[in-house]
Design a protein around this ligand. Structure first.
Ligand SMILES: [Zn+2]
Length: 503
């Protein structure tokens, strides 16, 4: 059997593509040749393969070995093909029976001693293999819980190459089966009941959750900006099974899954530091580009604390990603795409000296103005809700017990339901997604309802985009109130969210 075939899988962003691997053993000098656009890290794998095979107690063929990977046009970077390459060689050498790996995708990096090491992107890889008609997967044992998220495939976990070979020779017990997942309790999420006072900011958070709006929290340190931001995901609906797989696939490619409980079923919360690199923020890096914070926050919340400190390059990169709903990374061998639909929460102090109360500020007025202008206009243009938080006083802490997350989430989910039903024919799910022209024409409100906006537009105190943002928020306020459509009060209240500025 001088020729043998196995299957592995390549990743392009979060899309997997099955890769057919052929090994041919022929006469000639004992040498290994790789054909089919091998990336440098794949060339290194030649040495790894030889060592791993030897250290698994097998002989490496003493003839000329040609390894082909197809489709040849596809970027094949990384080390995830090691296992499939080694198995193809050994099948061609007649060490294991022909056909042992029929309809089987093999994924894993090999250590020199023959251990099978985990790789990134097992979930999207297996989803692609299943689409391609492959029925069985052999994966690194530590990624079994992740692989088991793929229904309808036989999943086997390998610790060593020797185990995989023994299994192919009929020792069924050498590969591990996934364990029945214990019903995982959702991780505890911070509750709104812990937030005292700040009624305006709490309301803004509820409106942001209901309409999917981006939010800016402006205020001195110690007013609870971070605390509030952390509580937004708790107000959002759980991910649907399809969304959960989509988000888990991104986290898998990022190499950031919880090995034991890999499924990401709640909206993620991602809070990058302002010194983080642009690549870490929007994605990048060598080899298989990693998704950045904005993609890991897909279908969840991206929180930028001290947003003014992020600087124009990072903020501009973020704006582009949010505008397009995805990140496109140019690579040597093509473009990698990662989804990036998340809700943005920006928090900032009103000025660089950041006093506990505004009256203690020592910054000259021009410095104060310049500080906030660091938040780029185009990015701020996409932020529908802006709230100025004030220091907590003894008085504001007295009185009613703060509402908890469950109570607020009920109202939010009713409002989201109403919005989703209204826009369902158009493919939008939240009010924040509705384009301005649709709000102004197809879903135009009566003149007397929008009078306050029209006046602002003619006086030049509101821009066209600002008016669109207010309309979106007005629809959310109507949804929260259980109204069919916004009235003049909703529009006026929505405008408040725009006009409130740092004094
Ligand atoms: Zn100041």
């Amino acid at each position: 059997m001088p020729l043998a075939r196995t299957w592995s899988v390549a990743l392009s962003g979060v899309d997997g593509v099955p890769v057919e691997i052929e090994a041919d053993i022929g006469s000639g000098l004992p040498k290994v040749r790789l054909v089919g656009l091998p990336d440098p890290s794949l060339t290194e794998s030649k040495e790894r393969l030889r060592a791993a095979v030897r250290n698994s107690g097998e002989a490496w063929p003493s003839q000329h070995v040609t390894l082909g990977l197809s489709p040849a046009t596809l970027p094949k970077n990384g080390s995830g093909y090691d296992l499939a390459l080694a198995c193809a060689v050994l099948a061609a050498a007649g060490v294991v029976p022909e056909g042992a790996w029929e309809f089987t995708v093999l994924v894993g990096e090999l250590a020199l001693d023959g251990r099978v090491r985990p790789v990134r992107g097992v979930l999207p890889g297996l989803l692609a293999a299943r689409r391609h008609g492959l029925r069985r997967a052999v994966v690194p044992a530590s990624t079994l819980p992740e692989a088991a998220l793929v229904d309808g495939m036989e999943i086997l976990g390998a610790c060593t190459l020797a185990d995989v070979l023994a299994w192919a020779r009929g020792e069924q017990g050498r590969l591990a089966l996934p364990e029945e997942p214990a019903p995982a309790a959702p991780p505890p999420r911070p509750d709104l009941a812990d937030v005292v006072g700040q009624p305006e900011a709490r309301w803004a958070l509820e409106v942001a959750a209901a309409g999917g709006h981006h939010l800016l929290l402006l205020g001195p340190p110690g007013t609870g900006k971070t605390m509030l931001a952390h509580r937004l995901t708790g107000l959002l609906p759980e991910l649907t099974p399809a969304e959960a797989l989509e988000v888990t696939a991104i986290h898998s490619v990022a190499g950031q899954l919880d090995t034991d409980a890999p499924l990401v079923s709640s909206p993620p919360f991602v809070a990058p530091h302002h010194s983080t690199s642009v690549a870490a923020l929007v994605g990048g890096g060598g080899g298989l580009a990693k998704p950045g914070a904005v993609s890991r926050a897909h279908r969840g919340v991206l929180f930028l604390d001290e947003a003014c400190e992020f600087g124009p390059r990072r903020l501009e990169a973020l704006r582009t990603a949010l505008e397009e709903g995805e990140v496109r990374l140019a690579r040597r061998d093509g473009v990698v795409r990662y989804p990036a639909r998340c809700q943005l929460v920006l928090a900032t102090n009103p000025c660089p000296c950041a006093p506990a109360r505004d009256s203690d500020c020592v910054c000259p007025p021009n410095i104060r103005r310049r500080y906030l202008s660091r938040l780029s206009g185009p990015l701020l243009d996409r932020v529908d809700l802006r709230v100025h938080m004030r220091p907590l006083t003894a008085m504001s802490a007295v009185g009613v017990e703060p509402e908890n997350t469950a109570a607020v989430r009920d109202r939010v989910s009713r409002a989201r339901q109403a919005a989703a039903e209204r826009w369902s024919d158009h493919g939008w799910r939240t009010n924040a997604e509705v384009p301005g022209p649709a709000l102004r024409r197809e879903f135009a409100l009566p003149r007397k309802v929008t009078a306050v906006l029209d006046r602002g537009l003619s006086l030049g105190t509101i821009t066209g985009r600002g008016a669109d943002r207010s309309l979106r928020v007005a629809w959310t306020l109507a949804d929260l109130a259980g109204a069919d459509r916004p009235d003049a009060d909703h529009v006026a209240a929505a405008l408040e969210f725009r006009e409130r500025r740092a004094a």
